[in-house]
Design a protein around this ligand. Structure first.
Ligand code: MTE
Length: 301
């Protein structure tokens, strides 16, 4: 597996300089490999070469608890209180634990992880996340071997989240992973982005990020992680099982019933920019394809 870059908190100015540098050497069209560029020395190997701007990452969001429009999460989440915040890890474990978000953030040092988010709607962003492997957090609870899946639960707080006053989804937002997917080192607990604390609209104080799956697998504002015996039913599976399967691996060969998944629009490139080809597993096949060997990914979509 490729190495992540461990960085201290890096000011946005430096990121912007690096972005300009990458642009100026014409990365992507030349023969320089992405991994030879120090700051992209991460599990990122895409045809996309530039980080999405902080502005786009934090103002074009999906977060139905705050509304279904792309600008709604930014507009409606600014007053959202993320303190105090408690996360429980329970279920098929010998040692269930309850930790505050602050404890989690201080127990597990965050590192920079540049990953692409590919939304099921057909757009993508390249995001310099801050975070750490979920497996580190899960190592605290002594998982029983009866645990086969992990269920994530986002916060339920209709007083603060006006989207939850409407049955747009089955609240609270729930997602799940198979245990080996959850334990994979690139499955990340996100604590920030662009070297700063995680903005509310991106899932503060803690969210999950699963680089090789469609964005909706990455639950925001998590309060519960439950180790379970059976495959959990996610909110999206419940709302439309024909469209959203449990696996939801990025797969250009399996169309969403209502649109193709072969290409994606790069956020920030302007409406006229050509779409780029979507890669199998969002470009992280070297890391994760072995998790699915022998599985039919058209049936297990
Ligand atoms: N988590 C919660 N709790 N609620 C949501 O509506 N939307 C998902 C995912 N996590 C969502 C969520 C979807 S559809 C996507 S594409 C990503 O968050 C978007 O993450 P971003 O806004 O940080 O880009």
């Amino acid at each position: 597996m490729k190495k992540y870059k461990h960085s201290e908190i890096t000011p946005e100015l430096i990121y912007n300089k690096r972005r300009k540098f990458i642009k100026s050497i014409g990365l992507g069209v030349g023969s320089i490999s992405l991994s030879s560029i120090p700051f992209l020395n991460t599990a990122y190997s895409q045809n996309k070469t530039e980080l999405t701007s902080y502005e786009d990452i934090t103002s074009y969001n999906n977060y139905y608890e705050f509304g279904t429009g792309k600008k709604d999460p930014f507009k409606n989440s600014q007053e959202f209180k993320t303190k105090p915040w408690i996360v429980t890890i329970e279920g098929e474990v010998d040692n269930p634990i309850t930790l505050s978000a602050e404890e989690i953030i201080s127990l597990f040092p965050s590192e920079e992880r540049v990953y692409k988010l590919r939304c099921v709607e057909g757009w993508s962003m390249v995001i310099p996340w801050m975070g750490f492997s979920l497996s580190k957090l899960l190592s605290k609870v002594s998982i029983k071997n009866t645990a086969k899946f992990v269920e994530f639960e986002s916060v339920y707080d209709p007083d603060q989240m006006k989207g939850q006053r409407y049955p747009v989804l089955n609240w609270p937002y729930r997602e799940g992973l198979r245990i080996d997917e959850a334990m994979h080192p690139i499955t990340t607990v996100v604590t920030g982005l662009y070297g700063k604390a995680l903005p509310n609209q991106n899932g503060a104080p803690l969210r999950i990020f699963v680089p090789w799956k469609y964005g909706f697998k990455s639950a925001k504002a998590i309060v519960k992680i439950k180790l379970v015996k059976k495959m959990p039913t996610s909110s999206w599976m419940r709302s439309s099982p024909r469209e959203y399967g449990f696996y939801s691996n990025v797969n250009p060969n399996v169309s969403h019933p209502r649109w193709s998944q072969a290409t994606e629009r790069v956020i920030g490139e302007g409406i006229l920019a050509p779409r780029i080809e979507t890669e199998m597993f969002n470009g992280y096949g070297d890391e994760v394809a072995n998790l699915y060997s022998g599985m039919n990914l058209k049936i297990n979509f």
